[in-house]
Design a protein around this ligand. Structure first.
Ligand SMILES: [Fe+2]
Length: 319
């Protein structure tokens, strides 16, 4: 086609399209409407509402959190699981609200000594923090238990390491240990927390029947606990230096008792949020042979080991 003829055709097409464009604009259509008709594949799609975005992002976040929890990813982030195997958020959200009667008149822990079962009975299920001074000084475990004792015990029982990994629970706190094997593989220098060695503090549940049987040869059930109380088939050992557990609640079925076998330990207790206007925080220190009895389901609690001491304690539940 000659160039002049082409120019004429282009002008004619432009004129007709302009007239057509004006025709539809006069009848109420917008430029965007005409563009969408001319180029449907690039037409703007309806925008999602803010509500739709929130629903989508919430669903993705929920899915992500569930996956992370199933992989136990948060346990390492917290550095503390205590008696909390998984799903901290759900437990916290569904925790029964306390009526604060257990702490409203309390200013410090209740201290007892030489207590009998009958004398202990009024306090047993009061949820008040109780110290029984020197309660376990006669236990053979006071002298027998050590890092070396447990290392040799675990090495002698088939399936013991696996039981901690899969059933009993290992608590690394702020240490770099991943499992009980790592704890028993550390050097003697680190065990003793010598200069330039990295400090450590760990805890673990002992639920392997043979391990539990061997441990319990060196301590009985606390003599002052109720005769009809139920006890779990798992006892915890906590040992190490410096920082213990950070502030947390335990999601367990019973009340906790802990025997301080070596060194001292500082306990810091805070009432649950609904009681913080009525109740006061409580702090105390215990030493070798002392017992602590605490409802760790209602008292937020943290522990620390003073003055680079080595602390070793055994813990279980009753109820
Ligand atoms: Fe705890």
């Amino acid at each position: 086609m000659p160039e002049d003829d082409c120019s004429i055709s282009q002008n004619l097409i432009e004129e007709k399209l302009t007239n057509l464009n004006n025709y539809y604009l006069q009848r109420g259509l917008s430029h965007e409407d005409l563009f969408n008709v001319a180029f449907p594949e690039t037409a703007s799609k309806p925008k999602k509402s803010l509500k739709t975005h929130i629903i989508i992002y919430t669903a993705i976040a929920t899915l992500l959190i569930s996956i992370l929890y199933n992989c136990n990813a948060f346990s390492f982030v917290y550095g503390i699981r205590c008696i909390i195997p998984n799903n901290y958020f759900i437990w916290e959200a569904t925790r029964p609200i306390s009526d604060c009667s257990f702490c409203s008149t309390l200013t410090e822990a209740i201290e007892l000594s030489n207590v009998t079962r009958e004398e202990f009975e009024p306090y047993a299920y009061s949820s008040k923090p109780i110290i029984v001074r020197g309660a376990f000084l006669h236990w053979p475990a006071m002298k027998k238990f050590s890092w070396k004792f447990f290392k040799e015990l675990y090495a002698s029982v088939e399936g013991s390491y696996k039981s901690v990994d899969q059933e009993c629970q290992f608590l690394h706190f702020k240490s770099d240990f991943i499992s009980i094997r790592d704890v028993f593989a550390m050097s003697e220098a680190r065990v003793q927390n010598l200069a330039n060695e990295k400090s450590w503090y760990v805890g673990w549940g002992n639920c392997h029947p043979v391990i539990l049987q061997e441990m319990r040869k060196f301590y009985p059930k606390p003599h002052f606990l109720p005769a009809d109380a139920e006890f779990p088939h798992k006892d915890y050992i906590f040992m190490g230096f410096d920082d213990g557990a950070t502030m947390h609640l335990d999601y367990i079925n019973r009340l906790m008792w802990q025997a301080q076998l070596q060194g001292s330990k500082i306990w810091k207790l805070v009432p649950p949020p609904e009681c913080q206007k009525i109740c006061k925080p409580v702090e105390f220190q215990i030493g070798p042979g002392d017992a602590v009895l605490l409802d760790t389901r209602v008292w937020y609690h943290a522990t620390a080991i003073p003055n680079n001491q080595f602390s070793l304690s055994v813990q279980s539940e009753y109820g």
